[in-house]
Design a protein around this ligand. Structure first.
Ligand code: HEM
Length: 395
C-alpha cells in the first residue's frame, strides 16, 4: 500500500533544522494543540513521530510489531540497518540472550563501585574550572567525565579520539554518510585490535570479558564482541554528557533552582530526575514489521517510527504542568531511558554520573551563570543536548 499520508500541517518536520534543534517542544505542543498525535516526515530517510506518552511507550515495548534492527533516527534505512549493536539492534527472541551477556557489567553493585572514581574526577574537573573562573561545561567537563568513565569500564586508555568519534558518528554521521562510514571503519578496526590484544593478555575489563563471553556455551562471534563494545561507547557517551550539559545549563540560567539545591542538597535526586525528564536527550527509531495503526495514522511495513522520548515526557495527560520544571516533582515516570525489553542498561550509571556531578559541581561552584546569550547551542538528531555551555563563576 502507499502509506504516504495526506499532507498535514505538522508533517515534514526536520529534526536537524535550527528551529527544531533549538526548541522541539514547540513542534510537539503545536501537534497536541492541533489534535495531531502523529506526524510524518519524508526528511532524512522518512519517519513517523508520535507524541503521546502511551503511544511512544507501547511502540518502544512492542518488539513483535516494531523491529529494532535500525534504531538510528536519520539517514538511509539500508545503512542504518547495517550496524550490528547487540542488544540494542536485536529483536526477540535473541534480544534477551544478547542483553544477558552484558548484564554482569551493569549490576547495581558493580555500578555503585564507580562512585569514588566519578566523584574524584568530577571534583577535579570542577575545581580546575573554578580556578579559571569559568569555561565550557560540555567540552571542559561533561565530555571528559563521561569518556573517562566509559574508557575505564572498557579498559582502554582515555583519549581525545573517543569524543571526536562520537561527534562524527552521532552528530555529523546521520547527515553525511561518507563521514559515518569512515568513522565506523575506524572504530571497528580499533575495537577489533583491542579484542586481539586482550585475548592474548587478559585484564579485568569489559573488553577482556567480551573476548571470552559465550551464549549457551557457544563463544560470541568477533562481530558480536565488537558490536557490543561499540554499543557501550555510543550508548554511554553523548547521551550522558548531553544530560549533564543540559542540567548544568539549567542551573546556570535558573538562579532560584540552583540556590535551592545548594541550600538543600537532599533535593538533588528529584532534581536530577526532573532534568532527565524535561531535557531527555535520546530518540530512537523502530521499523514497522507490518502495517500498523498509530493513533489513527497508517504506518506501512518497513517504515520508520521515531520515538522522541522527550515528547512523551511533556504529555499533559501524564505529567501535571509538563513544561514547568519542578526540581521537587514527586511523581515522575518519564521515558528518558525508554521502556520494556530495550530499556537502557546503563541507566544506573547515567543517574550516578548526573547526581555526583550536581553534588560536586555545586559544592565547588555554588554560584555560576551563562557567559552570555550566545553561550549555548543545541545539537539535534538522535541525541539532543547543548554542544557547549559557556559559563562564568559568579563571586
Ligand atoms: C542520560 C544518559 C542515557 C540516556 C538518556 C540513555 C537512553 C537510552 C534509551 C532511550 C535506550 C533504549 C533504546 C531503545 O528502546 O531502543 C537505551 C538503551 C541502552 N543504553 Fe542507554 N542511555 C543513557 C546512558 C547510557 C549509559 C551510560 C550506558 C552504558 C555505559 C548505556 C547503555 C545502553 C545500552 C547497552 C542499551 C541497549 C539496551 C537494550 O537494547 O537492551 N546507556 N539507552
Amino acid at each position: 500500500m502507499s502509506s504516504q499520508p495526506a499532507e498535514d500541517g505538522h508533517d515534514g518536520y526536520d529534526i536537524f533544522s535550527p528551529g527544531f534543534r533549538a526548541d522541539p517542544y514547540a513542534t510537539w505542543s503545536a501537534m497536541r494543540a492541533a489534535g495531531c498525535p502523529v506526524a510524518h516526515s519524508g526528511q532524512w530517510g522518512g519517519s513517523w513521530m508520535p507524541v503521546r506518552y502511551d503511544t511512544v511507550r507501547e511502540t518502544a515495548r512492542d518488539g513483535e510489531r516494531f523491529s529494532s534492527r535500525a534504531v538510528e533516527v536519520a539517514g538511509p534505512l539500508e545503512s542504518a540497518g547495517g550496524l550490528f549493536l547487540p542488544p540494542l539492534t536485536s529483536d526477540p527472541p535473541q534480544h534477551k540472550l544478547h542483553r544477558d551477556v552484558l548484564m554482569p557489567y551493569f549490576l547495581p553493585k558493580r555500578i555503585a563501585a564507580f562512585e569514588p572514581f566519578i566523584r574524584d574526577r568530577a571534583r577535579e574537573l570542577a575545581a580546575g574550572l573554578a580556578a579559571r573562573g569559568g569555561g565550557d561545561a560540555v567540552t571542559d567537563f561533561a565530555q571528559g567525565l563521561t569518556i573517562a568513565v566509559l574508557t575505564t569500564m572498557l579498559g582502554v586508555p582515555p583519549g581525545e579520539q573517543f569524543t571526536d568519534w562520537m561527534i562524527r558518528m552521532i552528530r555529523i554521521g546521520p547527515k553525511d554518510q561518507a563521514v559515518r562510514a569512515q568513522v565506523v571503519g575506524e572504530i571497528l578496526a580499533y575495537l577489533g585490535g583491542l579484542l586481539d590484544e586482550r585475548e592474548a593478555e587478559p585484564r579485568d575489563d569489559l573488553i577482556t570479558y567480551l573476548a571470552g563471553a559465550a551464549i549457551d556455551g557457544v563463544p560470541l562471534s568477533r562481530k558480536h564482541q565488537i558490536g557490543s563494545a561499540f554499543l557501550i561507547l555510543i550508548a554511554g557517551a553523548d547521551t550522558t554528557w548531553s544530560a549533564i550539559g543540559s542540567s548544568l545549563w539549567h542551573l546556570a540560567t535558573h538562579d532560584e533552582d540552583r540556590r535551592r539545591l545548594v541550600a538543600d542538597p537532599g533535593l538533588i535526586d528529584t532534581a536530577a530526575e526532573e532534568f532527565l525528564r524535561v531535557y531527555a536527550p535520546v530518540s530512537v527509531g523502530r521499523i514497522a514489521r507490518e502495517e500498523a495503526d498509530l493513533d489513527g495514522r497508517r504506518v506501512g511495513a518497513g517504515e520508520r517510527v521515531l520515538l522522541a522520548f522527550a515528547a512523551a515526557n511533556r504529555d499533559p495527560d501524564v505529567f501535571e504542568d509538563p513544561d514547568e520544571i519542578r526540581i521537587d516533582r514527586k511523581r515522575n515516570r518519564h521515558l528518558t531511558f525508554g521502556s520494556g525489553g530495550h530499556r537502557c542498561l546503563g541507566s544506573n550509571l547515567a543517574r550516578l554520573e548526573l547526581r555526583v556531578t550536581l553534588e560536586e559541581w555545586l559544592r565547588v561552584m555554588p554560584e555560576f551563570r551563562l557567559a552570555g546569550p550566545g553561550g549555548i547551542e543545541w545539537s539535534g538528531g538522535q541525541t539532543r543536548g547543548p554542544e557547549r555551555v559557556e559559563f562564568l563563576v559568579s563571586r
